[in-house]
Design a protein around this ligand. Structure first.
Ligand code: HEC
Ligand code: HEC
Length: 329
């Protein structure tokens, strides 16, 4: 295929985060200077380091058994490998733990987008009965009882732990979790041998006949929007209303946020309910036109892909896994 036409090169340039994956190798994964950071929560090395400590601390859960990292494990691109997550007292949640990579570029958070900012998002799992089930005053009390934490909070925020600076530290850390330098990124940068023929063919299908870019577009392969692909439709009803619960708009029934496809090879199983075990299962799901239901997105239709087409798309999707970094390293 000709990927060197001016128009295609232009489109490809839109697909890369400036400064994140400019150069292959670890240097290319420095923090993106274009990373959006809210006015009231400047991103500093010390704050992100404190956030990292909190992210791995089980004391932020009711029975001391669960940390953020229990469900967002670094080796699994910050997912947990389960269909739906397991929280304190082995309680099971209803949804699949999404990857944390490049969350700083997200426009809303959770599968239904119910949190507008990361600052808001990071306090929810602490209080969620199925996750960490700890009231915020109790969380702050526990941090306050640890002289080491108090000193670290004072150094970063000039005050003892509060719910607000707990949120600021955790969200700053999450913002630094990033993925880049994948075979696909190297290909975009013109590195020789960047993407083998099969993956290139997969990319071509992904963009035209399979219509994946209708929703999985931009540097993180997401339009940051909500669509009904029918995953929640079983036995003639929606098992999860998705975005509709947040907005009450009929067209949001059974709609979920388009997830990033970066680090896909590490983040199985897939979809908001973890119902698809492998990348191949996901491709079969789209090939048959999702699960038809009254609110199915009009971009989802049977694709009639051949076995070779499916293998190419799977190879391309696997080429989106690269290096995962956190903090300022
Ligand atoms: C018990 C497992 C569990 C724990 C513990 C947990 N999470 Fe999650 N996390 C999830 C699940 C499941 C979702 C998706 C929930 C949903 O969309 O309704 C999620 C979603 C998120 C998201 C939104 C991702 C996106 O793509 O929108 C962020 C950010 C996040 N968690 C950060 C954290 C932080 C920070 C902590 C610790 C304070 C934490 N999580 C603790 C399971 C967990
Ligand atoms: C109409 C928009 C739309 C189109 C077109 C689309 N997707 Fe999706 N994709 C989504 C949404 C929304 C989800 C989450 C659905 C859910 O969990 O209910 C998703 C989920 C996924 C996931 C799971 C990721 C994860 O972390 O769980 C993969 C993989 C994926 N899509 C690949 C593709 C491929 C490959 C194509 C083309 C064959 C495609 N998508 C076409 C919107 C779309």
């Amino acid at each position: 295929m000709s990927v060197k036409s001016g128009w295609e090169l232009f489109l490809f340039c839109l697909v890369i985060h400036p400064g994140m994956s400019q150069t292959p190798g670890s240097r290319g994964l420095r923090l993106d200077p274009g990373l959006p950071v809210p006015a009231g929560n400047a991103l500093t090395r010390e704050k992100a380091a404190l956030g990292k400590r909190l992210f791995f601390d089980r004391r932020l859960s009711a029975d001391g058994s669960v940390a953020c990292s229990s469900c967002h494990e670094p080796e699994k691109a910050f997912t947990d490998g389960l269909a739906v997550s397991r929280g304190v007292f082995l309680r099971t949640g209803k949804r699949n733990a999404p990857t944390m990579v490049n969350r700083g570029f997200g426009e809303s958070h959770f599968w239904d987008g119910r949190a507008a900012t990361l600052e808001e998002q990071v306090l929810k799992p602490i209080q969620d009965a199925d996750e960490m089930d700890l009231a915020l005053p109790e969380a702050v009390k526990r941090l306050d009882a640890d002289a080491d934490y108090v000193a670290q909070f004072r150094a970063v925020f000039g005050s003892a732990p509060t719910a607000e600076n707990l949120s600021h530290a955790l969200s700053s850390y999450v913002r630094t979790i990033r993925s880049g330098d994948s075979p696909f990124d190297r290909f975009l940068l013109g590195t020789p041998g960047g993407l083998p023929a099969l993956e290139l063919e997969g990319l071509r299908l992904f963009r035209d006949r399979a219509n994946c870019t209708a929703c999985h577009s931009g540097p993180d392969f997401t339009d940051h929007s909500f669509h009904n692909t029918g995953v929640a439709w079983r036995g003639g009803r929606l098992l999860d209303e998705g975005r509709y619960k947040v907005t009450g708009r009929v067209y949001h029934r059974g709609a979920f946020k388009t997830p990033t496809l970066r680090e896909l090879a590490r983040s199985a199983p897939y979809m908001h309910d973890g119902s698809l075990a492998s990348i191949e299962d996901v491709i079969e799901f789209y090939d048959r036109g999702g699960n038809p239901n009254p609110w199915l997105d009009e971009q989802i239709k049977p694709l009639h892909l051949s076995a070779a087409d499916k293998a190419a798309i799977a190879a391309f999707l696997r080429s989106l896994s690269g290096s995962v970094r956190d903090g300022f390293e």
